[in-house]
Write a protein that binds this ligand. Structure first.
Ligand code: IPE
Ligand code: IPE
Ligand code: MG
Length: 239
């Protein structure tokens, strides 16, 4: 076991980790490859990260796979990504069940092809009773849209006097707890419309490492950094 693995405090683990998987295109371009090769390599990183988060004892992992704004990319990249998602979900289903990973999709399914939707529904159904880590995959997801949907649902029900908890209960991510640690590899320091409501008090961790190069060590370092932070939630601190 590496030194930093031993140094993680089990009692101070983030319950919910969120990751903006960014930098696939630049990783590929730097190597003279097509952007799509970067996306393919990004899948390999995700598999490693899910396994490591599970081993660490993290309960919820939410990853940003495709934003509502990513439709603005060139058509061939969008088509490649949709096909990659479809193939990956089909290929990995058995392994996910074997590792007791419960998969939940958040985002707008209606914009996706019927085949992809069916594969997503099947994975959710087949992993429903898995009692390991919960992997939320944000696909065709937008944070603002999610907030507006929740507001609309409550107002449609005639409910105008709702609490923050009730509001949270109407988000795509419900009943998942708020984000504790939000990691963005790839060098950009922005949220890009990811989990806006759920990250209100998240600790943010940015690293220039591009997602396909993001290693177990990078993940441990992010969690170690989280464990050194003092979360105050508006108070004055002191544990
Ligand atoms: C993230 O990598 C993957 C998706 C948005 C689907 P990018 O494709 O954004 O990679 P860069 O940021 O262009 O390097
Ligand atoms: C955010 O990355 C979306 C995903 C990782 C799926 P982007 O690459 O789309 O974000 P911007 O465009 O740099 O803000
Ligand atoms: Mg990007």
């Amino acid at each position: 076991m590496e030194k930093w693995q031993e140094e993680l405090k089990k009692e101070k683990l983030p319950r919910h980790v969120a990751i903006i998987m960014d930098g696939n295109g630049r990783w590929a371009q730097k190597k003279g490859l097509s952007r799509n090769k970067g996306h393919r390599q990004g899948v390999e990183t995700l598999k490693k990260v899910v396994r490591t988060c599970g081993e660490m004892g993290i309960s919820f992992l939410t990853v940003f796979a495709f934003s509502t704004e990513n439709w603005d990319r060139p058509r061939n990249e969008v088509l490649f990504l949709m096909d990659l998602f479809h193939r990956t979900f089909k290929k990995e289903a058995r392994e996910l069940i074997a590792n007791r990973v419960r998969v939940v999709f958040i985002g707008y399914r209606s914009g996706l092809s019927r085949d992809l939707q069916e594969t997503m529904n099947n994975i959710e159904k087949d992993t429903r009773s898995c009692d390991g880590i919960q992997l939320n995959i944000a696909l065709n997801y937008g944070g603002r849209q999610e907030i507006m949907e929740a507001a609309r649902a409550l107002v449609d029900r005639g409910d105008r006097d709702f609490s923050q908890e009730e509001f949270s209960g109407n988000l795509f991510s419900a009943p998942c707890p708020d984000v504790d640690l939000l990691i963005r590899p790839g060098g950009e320091m922005r949220l890009s419309n990811f989990l806006l409501w759920q990250s209100a008090y998240a600790e943010l961790y940015f690293t220039p490492v591009l997602w396909p190069d993001f290693s177990e060590t990078d993940l441990y370092q992010a969690v170690q950094d989280f464990q050194k932070r003092q979360r105050r939630f508006g108070g004055v601190g002191g544990e």
